[in-house]
Ligand binder design. Sequence first.
Ligand code: PLP
Length: 390
Amino acid sequence: MWTVPLTDIAMPEEDVEAVLECLRSGWLTMGPRTQAFEAAFADYVGAPHAIAVSSGTAALHLAMLAAGVGPGDEVVVPALSFVATAAAARYAGADPVFCDVLGPHDFNLDPDSVAEAITPRTRAVVAVHLMGYPADVGSLRKLCDDRGLRLIEDAAQAVGARVGDSRVGTIGDLGCFSFFSKKQLCVGEGGMVVTNDDELAASVRRLRSHAMTSVTWDRHRGYSETYDIVDIGFNFRLDEPRAALGLSRLTRLEGDIDARRRAVVRYRERLAGVDGLELAWDDDAVHAGSHFAFPVLLPDRESRDRFRSDFRDAGIQTTWYPAITQLTEYATARTGGTGVLRAESVAARHCALPLSSSTELTQVDLVTDAVSACVRGGAKTQSAGSTSTA
Ligand SMILES: Cc1ncc(COP(=O)(O)O)c(C=O)c1O
């Protein structure tokens, strides 16, 4: 239906075979493949613990509980993110407090705005690595250490992105990932929590499966005769077919991220200097990022909406991400410091262009030609309009 879709999922035979092999084994609930996926993921990100869960949202929910977030607490979150970042604080009974982002050059949260949002009730800060670009977790780690707060990384959009020699997700107390189908490491639904802390890992592991003292796989192997329940837990387990798929796809993740980065570099080369269009982030961020999405900025909401509609007509799929504070459920939510104007302005002005690991450079060229034509056409329409009203 689309000439260039927003994302495309390649499913090579080895992935299909990994899932079929799992199905043929007859063991479907959390077991050896999940353990192997956790071990491989822990190794990939460089953390001692990785705990597989049913979604990125479940990962954030469990991270909040393990971090000790509870009723009466506040959690500082960026206004520009997917709603799950804020909802997770509410699942734990806490109030999200929204902070602002740096601006059109970097959509990630502003550490000064985080500092202004902290109150005596604050228990944790969530750093979101938006669109695959690493947030300034160095500053946030220091801020959280100074104030005695937990730092949770929402790396749902940023698996594989780097901060110096580390991977995102390993700098905070807990890092959360999503394997939703549009993500760089996609299995349909799934998530992972990583941590360097043995106690936090034990807590997430326990809560993931009803706070049971043994899991079915242990009982199947005769390691445990029975179980006890020691808390109010959840069923946030990942199942074996998804773990098998994740494990198979993880072996290609670095190559997939490189392919995404090649497309982004091409986009940036061809769009640099196009009048009326702004690019976010810089070359260092492009190098460090893992490229979930590629955004461009138009001058205002009206031109962005017109741009998207022209692209729809041309068969090129685009998207954009609203600020959480612009959603009905969060319209009266608390904002910290001087508010979230920059986040709401970025939300109104940006548009994400097609990007996946299988986006061809010829497709990038087709899209960038359409961008140039569309921006030129828009400018002409505008100047014609202003002449006629002058
Ligand atoms: C920033 C962010 N956080 C959390 C999530 C939730 O992940 P999931 O869809 O796997 O529950 C997403 C998913 O889109 C996300 O983009």
